[in-house]
Design a protein around this ligand. Structure first.
Ligand code: RFL
Ligand code: PHB
Length: 389
C-alpha cells in the first residue's frame, strides 16, 4: 500500500490527525494494533479545553459534542473543610466542555468509515523502517499475511506503550520522568453526578475527584497507593472512601450504584525530546505523559496534531519544511507548560507518603492563596481552560 502519511495508532491523536489531513486532501492510512471496540472500551479523559472544541468543530466532527457535551464555566476545589469555586467564565471568559474521550473517538471512527478512509485494526507486529530516508515504511501482519505501507512521513501516535518513540536513536533522545508514589482508582456509574461542576478535593486521606460523562453518568476517582489492586476495591469500599474525602453535604447527596467500569491509573510525568527524527513525527502520549489532575493528556494530544497537520499541509502545498522543522520545538513549548501545570495541581491536592506537617501546611497555604487571590485563580483558569491553539 502507498500513502502520504502513515499513522500508527487509532487513539484520539492518530484519528484526529487523519481527519485534519483528509480535509486538506492529504491521504493517510491508520494502523492500529487493537480491535476498534477495544479502543472504545478504554475509559479515559473527560474534559476538553475550549481550543480543543474549536479544533474539533473545524475538523467537521463537532456536531454530537456540541449537542451532548456539557459546557462547564468553572470547577470547585476543596481542601480539608474549605472550598472555593474557580469561575473560569467570570474570570477570563473561557469555558471547557465535558465530553468523554470515548465519544470523541467514536465520532472520529465514524467519520473515517463514512469517508472511506482506510483504518487497519488488529495489526500485529507493527514495525517502522527507513525513517532516515525519503520513503519510510510501516510493516505489520494481519490474518497471517505480511503487509507493508510505504509513506512520505510516519506519524507515531501509538501512545506510551507503542513502538514509535523507541525509533528515535538513543543518543539523540533525552527523556525526563517523574513517577508519583500513587495512582487513581476510577469508577464509572450510571447515576446523576453529585454536583453540576467537577469537584477536586485535597483531603488528609488523599485526593478525590467527582467528575461526570453526562447528566446521568458519573465518573469518580480516589487516590490510592501505588501497589493497590482493583480486585481489592468493592464498590462499597470505593464509595465509603470517596465519601470520607468529601464535605458532609456533598457526601450526603452522592448517589451510588453498581460500577460499570473500575480501573487504576498510575500517575506519571514523562517527556521524550525531540518529537521528530527524520521522517518520523511523534504526537500525543507517544511523546509525553501528564498526571490526569490538570485534565491535559487528551488536550495535549489534540494540540500536537493541530500543529503537525498544519506543518504537513505546508509541506504538501508549498514545499516548505519550515513547519516540520519547527514542529518539535513548537509542540514541546506547549507540552512543558502542561507538564508544569499538571505537576503543580497534582502537588497541591495529593497526599504524598512521608509528607510532614510542614508539607501539608504549604499545600493549605497554596489553597488559601488560590481562594483569596483573583490573580491566582485567573492563572489556574487560564491553564485549565487552555492557551489558544
Ligand atoms: P492513546 O489513546 O493511548 O492511543 C494510542 C493508540 O495506539 C495504539 N497502539 C498501537 N497501534 C499500532 N501499533 C502499535 N505497536 C501500537 N501500540 C499502541 C493503542 O492501542 C491506542 O489505540 O494515545 P493518544 O492518541 O496520544 O491520546 C492520548 C490520550 O489517550 C491520553 O493522553 C489521555 O487519555 C490520558 N489519560 C487521561 N487524560 C486526561 O486528561 N484525563 C484522564 O482522566 C485520563 N485518564 C489517561 C487516563 C490515560 C490512561 N492510560 C494511558 C493508561 C487513564 C488511563 C488509564
Ligand atoms: C474525567 O472525567 O475522567 C476526568 C476529569 C478531570 C480530570 C481527570 C479526569 O482532571
Amino acid at each position: 500500500m502507498r500513502t502520504q502519511v502513515g499513522i500508527v495508532g487509532a487513539g484520539p491523536a492518530g484519528l484526529l490527525l487523519g481527519r485534519l489531513l483528509e480535509r486538506q486532501g492529504i491521504d493517510a492510512v491508520v494502523i492500529e494494533r487493537r480491535p476498534a471496540d477495544y479502543v472504545l472500551s478504554r475509559i479515559r479523559a473527560g474534559v476538553l479545553e475550549q481550543g480543543s472544541t474549536e479544533l474539533i468543530d473545524a475538523a467537521g466532527i463537532g456536531g454530537r459534542m456540541r449537542r451532548e457535551g456539557l459546557v462547564h464555566e468553572g470547577i470547585e476545589i476543596a481542601f480539608d473543610d474549605r472550598r472555593t469555586r474557580i469561575d473560569f467564565h467570570g474570570l477570563i471568559g473561557r469555558t471547557v466542555v465535558v465530553y468523554g474521550q470515548t465519544e470523541l473517538t467514536r465520532d472520529l471512527m465514524l467519520a473515517r468509515t463514512e469517508s472511506g478512509a482506510v483504518t487497519v485494526y488488529e495489526a500485529e507486529d507493527v514495525a517502522l523502517h527507513g525513517i532516515d530516508g525519503d520513503l519510510p515504511r510501516i510493516t505489520y501482519a494481519k490474518d497471517g499475511m505480511a503487509h507493508e505501507v510505504v509513506c512520505d512521513f510516519i506519524a507515531g501516535c501509538d501512545g506510551s506503550h507503542g513502538v514509535s518513540h523507541a525509533m528515535i536513536p538513543a543518543e539523540l533522545r533525552v527523556t525526563h520522568e517523574r513517577v508519583y508514589p500513587f495512582g487513581w482508582l476510577g469508577v464509572l456509574v450510571d447515576r446523576p453526578p453529585v454536583a453540576d461542576e467537577l469537584i477536586y478535593a485535597g483531603h488528609e486521606r488523599g485526593f478525590a475527584l467527582c467528575s461526570m460523562r453526562s447528566a446521568t453518568r458519573s465518573r469518580y476517582y480516589v487516590q490510592v497507593g501505588a501497589a493497590e489492586r482493583v480486585e481489592d476495591w468493592s464498590d462499597d469500599r470505593f464509595f465509603d472512601e470517596l465519601c470520607r474525602r468529601l464535605d458532609p453535604a456533598t457526601a450526603a447527596r452522592l448517589q451510588t450504584g453498581p460500577s460499570i467500569e473500575k480501573s487504576i491509573a498510575r500517575l506519571r510525568s514523562f517527556v521524550a525530546e525531540p518529537m521528530r527524527h527524520g521522517r518520523l513525527l511523534l504526537a500525543g502520549d507517544a511523546a509525553h505523559i501528564v498526571p490526569p489532575t490538570g485534565a491535559k493528556g487528551l488536550n495535549l494530544a489534540i494540540a500536537d496534531v493541530a500543529i503537525l497537520a498544519e506543518a504537513l499541509v505546508e509541506h504538501y502545498r508549498s514545499g516548505s519544511d519550515r513547519g516540520l522543522d519547527g514542529y518539535s520545538e513548537r509542540a514541546l513549548a506547549r507540552v512543558w507548560n502542561a507538564e508544569r501545570f499538571s505537576w503543580w495541581m497534582t502537588s497541591l491536592l495529593h497526599r504524598f507518603p512521608g509528607t510532614d506537617s510542614f508539607g501539608r501546611r504549604l499545600q493549605r497555604a497554596e489553597f488559601d492563596h488560590l481562594a483569596r487571590s483573583r490573580r491566582a485563580a485567573e492563572v489556574l483558569a487560564e491553564n485549565y481552560t487552555g492557551l489558544a491553539l
